[in-house]
Design a binder for this molecule. Structure first.
Ligand SMILES: [Zn+2]
Length: 153
């Protein structure tokens, strides 16, 4: 493994670990499907989220959306560098739902850089790295509406 690949693997592992820590705070009494997400910013800071279910099921929010909305509330959407999601049941690696893929695409286009998405189970070493474009091909996003980056000058 090269030095860069090794550093990238450490970053991915730390991000998955943070997602798993957030998973412990999931409010998922209806599905029992706890998920955590972690977003790494360009300065190395990590922002997390957990799924937040509601008795009115359709109002429930996924961990990835909670984490990215938190990043946005901190004015850091343009600084997103990578995303991790972990959780679920039966040891299977979790994947973002369709809405979260669209939310990730929004973040990717506003950040102006490809975002790796590290997906993992609730525990274990296995992890899959996806790109947002692989998760959501032919996506519609801010660029299609003439909106590009929010990068600070
Ligand atoms: Zn989702």
């Amino acid at each position: 493994m090269t030095k860069n690949a090794s550093a990238k693997a450490l970053v991915a592992k730390a991000l998955v670990d943070a997602a798993r820590e957030a998973m412990a705070h999931a409010h998922a009494p209806y599905s029992g499907f706890a998920v955590g997400a972690a977003v790494r910013l360009t300065d190395g800071r990590i922002v997390t989220g957990a799924n937040f279910e509601n008795a009115s099921y359709g109002l429930s929010l996924c961990a990835e959306t909670v984490a990215l909305a938190t990043v946005n509330s901190q004015g850091r959407l343009a600084d997103v560098e990578a995303i991790a999601v972990a959780g679920g049941a039966d040891g299977a690696i979790v994947a973002p739902c369709g809405r979260c893929r669209q939310v990730m695409h929004e973040a990717e286009q506003i950040a102006g850089r490809p975002l790796p998405v590290y997906c993992a189970a609730a525990s274990g070493e296995a992890m899959i790295e996806h790109s947002v474009s692989a998760l959501l091909p032919y996506a519609f996003g801010p660029v299609d509406l003439g909106v590009t980056t929010k990068k600070r000058s």
